[in-house]
Structures are given as structure tokens and as C-alpha cells.
Design a protein around this ligand. Structure first.
Ligand SMILES: NC(=O)C1=CN([C@@H]2O[C@H](COP(=O)(O)OP(=O)(O)OC[C@H]3O[C@@H](n4cnc5c(N)ncnc54)[C@H](O)[C@@H]3O)[C@@H](O)[C@H]2O)C=CC1
Ligand SMILES: NCC(=O)COP(=O)(O)O
Length: 330
């Protein structure tokens, strides 16, 4: 039996509580501690006609056998579908608890349901841009990599939640080197790929068209990739992003590195929305998440699909088992 997974239930007015309840009603992939507000989950369970067995849990108790609830107050009365900045601090406190529990070994991994970044920004932490950056800071690491996986397609990002206007300045030799090192090391460690083949996209149209459509490829990306190839990395590119996602190229690579969020993720989500998993690479613990947002329009309706959270939970359990081979499989 592995240590429990922490599943944060996300924005209390979004679909996170619905999906967490759906998983709690199934046979969990591993012991599961759901972090969320007891009253919110009870209300949502009533709305959805679910009645999961969700005993209370706290870190002073033994690990649960199945699913259990660690009560994290939302901080306000919650209406499904109506985001409320008054819940921002409670949501952030919930994320801190789960992250700290991973860091101190209470949990074997963290799985996150979606939060609304603006809700947390408005009321709790104006610098919050997403779980990815928050967890990096909490864990004290200078850089992490966001990677989404849909089947065999893996798309990692060189920059994450950054306004588009600030992306070019963020494409640096040092940054790309860190990102590609984390990506290569985590593909080896987590996906048993001894020499990961990485397809790197350009930043500009046609990968800069020889400098006529932008110089980042010539000035930064090409020299960095050449140096890293000399150090043993298996890298292709920079290739034009518009023609990169074709079977002939993808089948020869283990992951694609996109330069920014909306260059890589629309393709990944077109390929696998609803079943894909978001992973944070480079953290000192395992963190997986969903491929979608809070979907306030669906909260409490019973129409939110749990495929991505289920896949994220299964992958977290699988990675946790692989990381603890001496512990018997539950
Ligand atoms: N991991 C996270 O915490 C993420 C959080 N977000 C946050 O979510 C909020 C809303 O973002 P949007 O761009 O509107 O994306 P969204 O994913 O919440 O919604 C986009 C569309 O997909 C549908 N949808 C989403 N999840 C679904 C599910 N499980 N089953 C069925 N349909 C589903 C929604 O109904 C909507 O029509 C934002 O505040 C954003 O910050 C967005 C992505 C990831
Ligand atoms: N589009 C993916 C995304 O926004 C994930 O954000 P987070 O996991 O960093 O919260």
C-alpha cells in the first residue's frame, strides 16, 4: 500500500468538488485524501445524487484505506457556479496543506482539481498565476516544467502562465537549458525513456524564416540546442510549430517542447481533451492535474466529465508506486 494521494478539490464553486465526489464513489486508484470544505462537498453530493463514504481524516490519524476527507474551510458560503473571491484564501490554504504534506512525506503525490486563478489573485495572492508556479515556490525550486500528456502525445512548455508580450524575453539560453534538462531527466525517471527524443518548436512563424520573421531562433534557440546536443541531448529543431504536429514527426519523438502555453496546449487538448493529464516536472514530489478548468457552467449539474481527473489520479498512483518500489502494491 502506498502513502495516500492528496486530491485538492479546487475552486469550491467549480466542478472540482463534483469530480472529487465522483472519484470518491469509485474504487480509488490508491488511498485518497480529498482536501475540501465538508459543507460544500455535502451540498454538491446532494445535488448530484451521490452518497460517497467519506470519513473525516487529519494528519494525526492513520492513513485511510480508501477515500477520506480532510476538511479545509472554504471561508464563505458557496453557491455552485458562482465564483467568490471570499473563498480565495481558503483555496490557497488547501493547496499549501497538500503541498506541505507531499514535502513532509504524509502524501505520496498531489492531484489537483482546477482553481480559478483570478479568484485567488483578487483576494488572496495577487502574484498567483497557477498551481505550477505556486508549487515551485512552495517547494523552493527555481524552475519547473508544465507538461500535458494525452496518450503518447506529450507537450511540455518552455514558459507557462506568462502574458504573450513577455514570452520572447523569457526565451533565454539559461531558461531553455533548465527546461530541457528537467524535461529529459523527468522523462527518464517517470516514463522509463532512457534517451528521450525531444522535438523543439520555434517561437516565430516558420521558426523565424532564417531571421526574416524574428531572430530568437538564430540568436538563442539554435545555439542552445546545438550546445545541448553536444552534451548528449537528443533534440530536433527548432521546427516550425505549424507543421510540427504531424504523425511522421511525432512518432519519432517522445515529447514536444512548445515555447509558450497557447502554442502547444490547443493541439494537445484537441487530441485528448477530457482524458489528458497535466504534470509538473522538476518538483521534489509528484503532482498531476486535469486538462480543463473550473467549468463554472457545469458545477452541480452532473454534466462534468471526470475522465481527466481519473486519469490524473491513476497516473499519480502509478508514479508513486514506481517511486516506492519496495512498498507492496495495494
Ligand atoms: N488546473 C487548473 O487549475 C486550471 C484552471 N483553469 C481555470 O479555469 C477557469 C475557467 O477556464 P476556461 O478557459 O473557461 O476553461 P474550462 O476548462 O473551465 O471550460 C472550457 C469549456 O470546457 C467545458 N469543460 C471543462 N471541463 C469539463 C469537464 N470536466 N467536463 C465537461 N466539460 C468540461 C466547459 O463547460 C467549457 O465549455 C479559469 O479561471 C482558469 O484559470 C484553467 C485550466 C486549468
Ligand atoms: N492550461 C493549463 C493550466 O492552466 C494549468 O495550470 P496549473 O496546473 O498551473 O494551475
Amino acid at each position: 500500500m502506498i502513502r495516500p494521494l492528496a486530491l485538492t478539490s479546487g475552486d469550491p464553486a467549480g466542478i472540482g468538488p463534483d469530480l472529487a465526489l465522483t472519484l470518491a464513489a469509485e474504487t480509488p486508484a490508491a488511498p485518497l485524501v480529498i482536501l475540501g470544505d465538508r459543507a460544500v462537498l455535502a451540498d454538491r453530493a446532494r445535488a448530484l445524487g451521490l452518497d460517497p463514504d467519506l470519513p473525516d481524516w487529519s494528519p494525526d490519524r492513520p492513513a485511510p484505506a480508501g477515500a477520506a476527507l480532510w476538511h479545509c474551510p472554504a471561508g464563505a458560503t458557496v453557491t455552485a457556479g458562482r465564483p467568490d473571491p471570499a473563498t480565495g484564501a481558503g483555496t490557497l490554504a488547501m493547496l499549501r496543506r497538500a503541498a506541505d504534506g507531499c514535502l513532509d512525506g504524509t502524501f505520496s503525490a498531489m492531484v489537483t482539481a482546477p482553481v480559478a486563478k483570478n479568484v485567488i489573485c483578487e483576494a488572496a495572492d495577487p502574484a498567483f498565476t497557477g498551481h505550477t508556479e505556486f508549487l515551485a515556490e512552495r517547494a523552493g525550486v527555481d524552475r519547473v516544467v508544465m507538461m500535458l500528456a494525452a496518450g503518447d502525445l506529450r507537450v511540455a512548455l518552455a514558459t507557462t502562465h506568462l502574458p504573450l508580450a513577455r514570452v520572447p524575453a523569457a526565451i533565454t539560453d539559461a531558461g531553455l537549458t533548465r527546461v530541457l534538462t528537467i524535461l529529459r531527466d523527468d522523462l527518464r525517471a517517470k516514463f522509463a525513456l532512457p534517451r528521450p527524443r525531444i522535438l523543439v518548436l520555434g517561437l516565430n512563424p516558420h521558426a523565424g524564416e532564417g531571421g526574416h520573421l524574428g531572430r530568437e531562433e538564430l540568436d538563442i534557440i539554435i545555439p542552445t540546442l546545438e550546445r545541448l546536443r553536444g552534451e548528449g541531448f537528443d533534440l530536433t529543431g527548432p521546427v516550425p510549430a505549424d507543421t510540427a504536429f504531424q504523425p511522421a514527426l511525432l512518432e519519432r519523438h517522445d515529447a514536444v517542447l512548445a515555447m509558450y502555453h497557447d502554442q502547444g496546449l490547443p493541439v494537445l487538448k484537441f487530441a485528448g481533451f477530457g482524458e489528458a493529464v497535466n504534470l509538473t516536472l522538476g518538483l521534489p514530489f509528484i503532482r498531476t492535474s486535469v486538462d480543463h478548468g473550473t467549468a463554472f457552467d457545469l458545477a452541480g449539474t452532473g454534466r462534468a466529465l471526470a475522465g481527466s481527473l481519473r486519469a490524473a489520479t491513476r497516473l499519480a498512483a502509478e508514479l508513486a508506486r514506481r517511486a516506492a518500489p519496495s512498498e507492496p502494491v495495494s
